[in-house]
Design a protein around this ligand. Structure first.
Ligand code: AKB
Length: 318
């Protein structure tokens, strides 16, 4: 692996993933690309940055050629809630954009393409607790439909063309860097900001809504670990369940209350409740553990402590 291109590098996961990849493989070996968002100074100044749009294949092809890219991490996506507001845009970015990247991978003989999937690939008919890796996939959101399509397309390109496409099914990701946008699990980040800023938060999901969640360092370690795994050990490609915490919104709020006793959380469910209710509560990730050594590190308490420390610093600065 010498030259990595991160698409969607200004987003919640992309921004932290780019910095970690630069730390591991060298700043100049990791090209960050964004669509329109201005990159942070850190992202811009620590290595190459280019503007590219996955819907404009040539713009990405130019970056691949210019920087001699052999690996892509495709983190560009329209998430679940925004996808319900604009399903046409979600389809274009999540499916047609991915198709463009797979075709570029095939034409340029790239070594690897990493494409995250999501718990959104499951639907209301899927078993909710300890959801198996292999089970009924009937999502009811456009984002979920796109994610199942992406998993199948990646597997197809692997079998048909030998293009090494890999991916994990991410749960909701909690992080202190770049804010998420347009997701159903955004509450799990907003709640920390509001607890520090206002000592109160109104959640758009019910208190008893349980979803799988994960702290960013584990999410990043997971995708890099899968990218580095020996292909001969992998029985799957684009659809590895990875699990960390399974929490209700109330439990998340209670973990914050331990550090900020005045904190109060209220609940006013909106359209995102239906999306959350269609997703699993926890995942069986034994395939990822057995085949490539997936092992999350963060507990709820360790995550909350770290989030509050990092966000206090960030909010006091700003
Ligand atoms: C979303 O809420 O849409 C995403 C996801 C679970 O993939 N965070």
């Amino acid at each position: 692996m010498n030259r990595i291109l991160v698409l969607g590098a200004c987003g919640q996961i992309g921004s932290e993933l780019t910095m970690e990849l630069r730390k591991r493989y060298g700043n100049n070996s990791v090209v960050a690309t964004g669509h329109r968002t201005k990159p942070s100074e850190k992202l811009h100044d620590s290595g190459p940055f280019e503007f590219a749009d996955i819907l404009d294949r040539e713009s990405v092809e130019r970056v691949i050629t210019k920087h001699d890219v052999d690996t892509i991490y495709n983190m560009a996506a329209i998430l679940s809630a925004r996808g319900e507001q604009n399903p046409q845009l979600a389809f274009r970015v999540n499916v047609l954009g991915l198709y463009n990247m797979l075709e570029l991978g095939r034409e340029h003989n790239l070594e690897r393409i990493m494409v995250p999937s999501s718990i959104a690939a499951f639907g209301p008919g899927t078993p909710k607790v300890n959801t198996p890796n292999e089970t009924l996939m009937r999502p009811t959101t456009m984002y979920g439909v796109n994610k199942v399509t992406g998993e199948l397309l990646g597997n197809y390109y692997f079998q048909k063309y030998g293009l090494d496409v890999r991916g994990v099914r991410y749960p909701g990701i909690i992080s202190s860097g770049t804010l998420p946008g347009g997701g159903t699990t955004d509450y799990a980040v907003e709640i920390y900001y509001e607890a520090l800023r206002k000592k109160s938060y109104t959640c758009y999901l019910r208190e008893d809504t349980v979803l799988p969640l994960m702290y960013m360092p584990d999410a990043i370690e997971g995708i890099i670990k899968l990218a580095e795994a020996d292909v001969s050990k992998l029985k799957r490609h684009c659809d590895y369940n990875i699990n960390s915490m399974s929490l209700s919104v109330g439990e998340l709020a209670a973990s914050i209350k331990k550090f900020i006793p005045e904190f109060v959380c209220e609940y006013k469910p909106n359209f995102r409740q239906t999306i959350a209710d269609s997703w699993p509560k926890s995942l069986d990730d034994s395939a990822a553990r057995e085949e490539w050594g997936w092992q999350p590190k963060y507990s709820l308490e360790a995550m909350t402590k770290d989030m509050l420390t990092k966000l206090s610093r960030k909010l006091n600065k700003g």
